[in-house]
Design a protein around this ligand. Sequence first.
Ligand code: UD1
Ligand code: CA
Length: 489
Amino acid sequence: MFDLAEVGPCGKVDLERPDSLFINNLLEMTKQKIAVLVLAAGLGTRMKSARPKVLHPLAGRPIIGHVMDTLAGIDPDRTVVVIGAEMEAVAKAVAPHTCVVQEPRLGTGHAVLAAREALGEFDGDVLIAFGDTPLVSAETLSALISARRAGEGAAEGAAVAVLGFRPADPGAYGRLILAPDGSLKAIVEARDASPEERAVDLCNSGVMAVDGRRLFGLLDRVGNDNAKGEYYLTDLVHLARGDGLRCVQMEAPAEELLGINSRADLAVAEAVVQTRLRARAMAEGVTLIDPTTVHFSHDTRLGRDVTVAPFVVFGPGVTVGDGVEIHAFSHIEKAAIEAGARVGPFARLRPGAAIGRNAHIGNFVEIKNAAVEAGAKVNHLTYIGDARVGAGANIGAGTITCNYDGFFKDHTDIGAGAFIGSNTALVAPVTVGDGAIIGAGSVITKEVAADALAVTRSEQRQLSGWARSFRKRKQALKDALASKAKRKA
Ligand code: UD1
Ligand code: CA
């Protein structure tokens, strides 16, 4: 009934008695509950921004969106996000998860206390994460929870397991102070640390797993007698130790634990995420000719054998089918490109662009809220907005759909196999039937029937020899003026 792989790290399996596996699993399943607390009430003053720090975008979605997504990966039973007053936008970003408001903000320990009621009676693992630390992986979080449960052999596991890391510059991070047996003795904030403690390079990432049965009993005893006058969550560790409980630390790669406090940190985090997204694209069969110049969104979906040339930017919501070629300097957002299509160079696909199989979108072409159906070609200097371009149609250079009259947007429908001559203005709402041809330079305001020719330009006139006599007249006038000026001088 149960897969061995599902047995948690504490599951004691008696191989002599197969039924014990079942019982152990049941126990595991009832007791191994996980609640997640995300602290995000901080003002993020160092961002110097009108917007809450955790809403700044990273790979096309808010910083906290990355945190929430990773946390979903460990399948928590409850999730509570601690936000500050006037942070409705953050609550919206993390919906439908429960938010509690911490007001005033008196430190990380105080923030966890603000979630007490929302969390309710909870005797499983409480995983505490920071809204501004978005690069941590679900694997690392699961390993931390396992480390707490195992507690390095302590009978009931550790009271607290802290995720540690060694950043290039330990700076203002809290330091993890270890006991001689390697267990975690205390966390000391940089401002409160002695010179010896500050010399420690193992730092507190802020992420910790706490035994839910102990959490609030310990927190109630946390004081604020420290450099910042705040209630530090980190004080849990020495309090737990004082009660004879075990605390442990688990070290994770520094790259995962960068906390974003400034715009500079945000840029570093963006670089990390982009490197990951590029690596993933290539691992899945995408050619990136110059990977470091391509920018992805967290949700970019690329098929196999897609080739992306240098300097291409993917905004959110882009799907690309197999074998698509995207040429240099294209900018694509909320768009779908089907298999075999060619886009760019210098193409702009805006929200609602749907490019069909084997269609071609060429240079200096902008497509918005429009379907360009299979095999259609829009190759040069064109704007197609609020429109359908039927299969196999050919849109000449400089064609513009005039979709906006300053008040309303209207639709242009171009039938399959239609041919739109260069420099045509299609004044919406307007329909061009299947197989119709529009003469170059036309302004189309009325329906064009299938297979018809429509031309609106005025008739061409010709005056034989006119250009030659024009030049002769003008040259004579210019010469006369020049000699007059000479005589005067
Ligand atoms: C904290 C840790 C430090 C650790 C560092 C890692 C404490 C006391 N210090 O310091 O050991 O090395 O993170 O990045 O925990 N928050 C609230 N309410 C508050 C205060 C903070 O929700 O009253 C939230 C913030 O939004 C943020 C997180 O808690 O997401 C951390 O707060 P921050 O002020 O950035 O703590 P640090 O000084 O960086
Ligand atoms: Ca911080």
